[in-house]
Ligand binder design. Structure first.
Ligand code: HEM
Length: 165
C-alpha cells in the first residue's frame, strides 16, 4: 500500500480517504433532500447510519496506515528522503493548511456520533419528526457543515502536498 491510485505520489489510503470525503458530500446532500422535501425519513436514517459507518472505517484505516505504517504524513509527502519533493518552506505552508483541516477533521467524528446516537435514541421507530427535531436540526446542520469543511480543506491539503509544484 505504498502509492495511490489518483495519479499522484500519495498513498493508497490517502487517495481512498480523499475519494470517500468527496463522495460523501453529494450523498449527504441527497439524504438531506430526501428528508427535507420528500419526507423519506427511513431512507434518511439508513443513509446517515451507512455514511457514518463508512466515515468511521475510512478514517480508522487511514490513520492506522498513515501513522503506524508510514510513520506520519511527512514520510508520504517526502517519500524519498534523499530527494524531498517539498522543501522546508513548502512544508511549513502545507503544515498550516493541515492544521486548519484538522480543526474540522477532529471535531467531525464526535459531532456525527452525537447526532446519530441521539437521533437513533430519541426519534421513534420508524423515524418521524417529534420533540427531538429542534435539537436534531441544529446538530445535523453543524455536522453537515463540519464534514463539508473537512472535505474542502482536505482537498486543499492534498492539492498543495501532492499536486502543486
Ligand atoms: C450525522 C448524521 C445526520 C445528519 C447530518 C442529518 C441531517 C439532517 C438534516 C440536515 C435534516 C433537515 C433539517 C431541516 O429541516 O432543516 C434532518 C432531518 C431529520 N433527520 Fe437527520 N441527520 C442525521 C442522522 C439522522 C438519523 C440517524 C435519524 C433517524 C434516527 C435522522 C432523522 C431525521 C428526521 C426524522 C428528520 C426530520 C426532522 C423534522 O423535520 O422535524 N437523522 N437530518
Amino acid at each position: 500500500m505504498k502509492s495511490g491510485f489518483l495519479g499522484y505520489d500519495a498513498s493508497f489510503m490517502l487517495d481512498f480517504v480523499v475519494t470517500a470525503l468527496v463522495l460523501i458530500v453529494p450523498a449527504l446532500l441527497f439524504s438531506i433532500y430526501q428528508v427535507k422535501y420528500r419526507k423519506e425519513y427511513k431512507l434518511h436514517r439508513s443513509m446517515q447510519v451507512a455514511l457514518g459507518l463508512i466515515l468511521l472505517v475510512a478514517v480508522v484505516a487511514f490513520e492506522v496506515d498513515t501513522q503506524l505504517i508510514h510513520g506520519g504524513w511527512q514520510n508520504i509527502v517526502n517519500k524519498d528522503a534523499s530527494a524531498p519533493r517539498l522543501d522546508e518552506e513548502a512544508l511549513i505552508f502545507v503544515r498550516k493548511v493541515l492544521w486548519v483541516h484538522l480543526i474540522f477533521a477532529v471535531t467531525t467524528p464526535f459531532l456525527w456520533a452525537t447526532t446519530i446516537i441521539l437521533a437513533l435514541k430519541r426519534f421513534s421507530d420508524p423515524p418521524i419528526p417529534g420533540p427531538h427535531s429542534r435539537l436534531h436540526k441544529k446538530l445535523a446542520w453543524a455536522s453537515t457543515i463540519d464534514i463539508t469543511m473537512t472535505s474542502v480543506t482536505g482537498l486543499i491539503f492534498y492539492y498543495f502536498a501532492f499536486m502543486a509544484g
